[in-house]
Design a protein around this ligand. Structure first.
Ligand SMILES: Nc1ncnc2c1ncn2[C@@H]1O[C@H](COP(=O)(O)OP(=O)(O)OP(=O)(O)O)[C@@H](O)[C@H]1O
Length: 235
């Protein structure tokens, strides 16, 4: 079976400053993978490259059976890749419901409708008519996830989805991700809560200065204390 996402020898740069050096990555449909590593190691840059926000300098990206290297973000999104970006990026002047309706697409299935998103996040149902700018951080995060889900993506990418949230709201987001995983949604997640990621996903790669320096499953990561101290800054 071919992978849903396959990255080979990916290099990326901001102007003359190279950030990614020969990244290889594979993710099967229905799998869940994480990118780990300290700040500034290239995780967001890799996600940006996958989404088409940053054109690769070298290497290939295959997604959903197509070579999408160099494709625009819009075209890659239409093929079934959705991202919940760092900072949520909800529109301050669109209501919750308008966000969900505007992004809804049945191109890749109709599992996730606005109604399904309201069932997943009842708090959003209560705030249906509220504007993006009136929502709390946690509600904006739920909306950012809901907005990605209504595109019915083949691959859902989350960049620091629990950042800056109160502990209880954070737990709601983790519970939502578990639900998605159990439903077979393919996930690629960047977050700093490594134990939570180990419980959620079965494939982890650690980035250090733009290179994958370690890859393995949750049991292997648990049994590799040197990875924690050396690359994750956790003793
Ligand atoms: N728009 C940009 N222009 C120039 N350099 C950038 C830009 N964005 C990130 N960088 C640099 O690229 C490197 C990798 O950053 P990136 O954001 O991908 O790391 P990260 O692992 O996601 O860390 P963080 O959790 O801090 O976002 C860093 O040295 C960063 O300073």
């Amino acid at each position: 079976m071919s992978a849903l996402l396959e990255v080979q020898g990916l290099e990326a740069a901001y102007g003359s400053s190279q950030v990614l050096f020969g990244i290889d990555l594979q993710l099967q449909a229905g799998g869940a993978a994480t990118l780990l590593g300290r700040n500034g190691m290239g995780k967001s840059t890799l996600l940006r490259s996958l989404c088409g926000w940053l054109a690769p300098a070298q290497g290939r990206i295959r997604f959903a059976g197509q070579d999408v290297t160099g494709w625009s973000a819009d075209r890659i999104a239409r093929l079934g890749l959705a991202i919940v970006p760092e900072g949520r990026q909800c529109f301050p002047n669109l209501s919750v419901h308008e966000h969900l309706v505007a992004f809804a697409s049945t191109r890749h299935g109709n599992v996730w409708t606005p109604q399904q998103v309201y069932a997943l996040f009842p708090r959003l149902a209560e705030r249906k008519q509220h504007l993006g700018g009136q929502l709390s951080g946690g509600e904006q995060q739920m909306l950012a996830i809901g907005r990605a889900l209504v595109t019915n993506p083949k691959l859902l990418i989350l960049d620091e989805a629990t950042e800056g949230l109160a502990p209880l709201v954070r737990e709601e987001i983790w519970a939502c991700l578990r639900t998605l995983r159990e439903a077979g949604q393919t996930l690629l997640v960047v977050d700093k809560y490594v134990h939570r990621l180990m419980a959620l996903a079965d494939q982890h790669q650690v980035l250090e200065r733009g290179r994958v320096v370690w890859a393995g499953n949750s049991a292997q990561l648990e049994a590799a204390p040197e990875v924690w101290t050396r690359y994750l800054g956790v003793g």
